[in-house]
Design a protein. Sequence first.
Length: 320
Amino acid sequence: MKLNLKRPLAFFDLEATGINVGVDRIVEIAILKAMPDGSELVQTKRINPEIPIPLASSLIHGIYDEDIKNEPTFGQVAKEIADFIGDADLAGYNSNKFDIPMLLEEFLRAGVDLDMQGRRFVDVQNIFHQMEQRTLKAAYKFYCNEDIINAHSAEADIRATYQVLLAQLDRYKDKDFEDKQGNISQPVQNDVEALHNFTNMSKPVDFAGRMVYNENGEEVINFGKHKGKLVEQVFDIEPSYYAWMKQGDFPLYTKKKLDEIWNRWSKKKDEQRIAKQQNQQVKPNPSVNSNKPKPVQQKQKPAAVVTTDMLEQLKMKFGK
């Protein structure tokens, strides 16, 4: 089966020093870019994480410190990787929870802002877990009836993921699915938009899941004391929560999305403040005497006429 693509779909897989998105680093990245014409482009790179690889992680993916000591850092190849991805939609196995958040974290550290607006994200694990509930190794055996050779190497894993998706499209074509609310649909379709909708159940804002979209498309806090509240509502009642998250140990992409919401909220508040000021009518300054009754002017008595007798009396009084 050939994928029905309107634009490229980049399957990718990461091997890392660990699973903490905010702390750990990529040691290998493999990308298989499925093109609308059916062709494939593959790019695989090993990365010097600039921190030691824990033995527990090396035992899983087989990459040790000495294997990557002469490899480029992510910052040195970030632009090349971003250019290779281009405007492709993204796909992977458990990619929504791990690979995409970690890749975005590395891009932001390197100063490369990969635009995620308008992209579609197909998490093959979510199809599998909702339809069969198993692991990648079991999924490959179940759907493709083969064992993964070199399991836990990034390129082997993405090829297996790609083949599993094709087999899923064959297996679940026209098959009904009933969700937890009892709604019946046929979600597994050869269409990236449909697969995006089916594999992004929680609708995360930041991929790490600290914020999610509600049914109205509004951002909601998804942890802690404000869980379930609109992010903008939290800003209304506790503006300092923004500063707390910015200073906290949250992934850089979480903080980036938080900044976007904060800036939008601040702009809205400024507009409301300006509108309120404009709507307030300025009362005229009444003059001091405008409401006071004018004092009644008393009529002055006319001056008495001075006569000769009056002058004589004054002379006698003052002796002049």
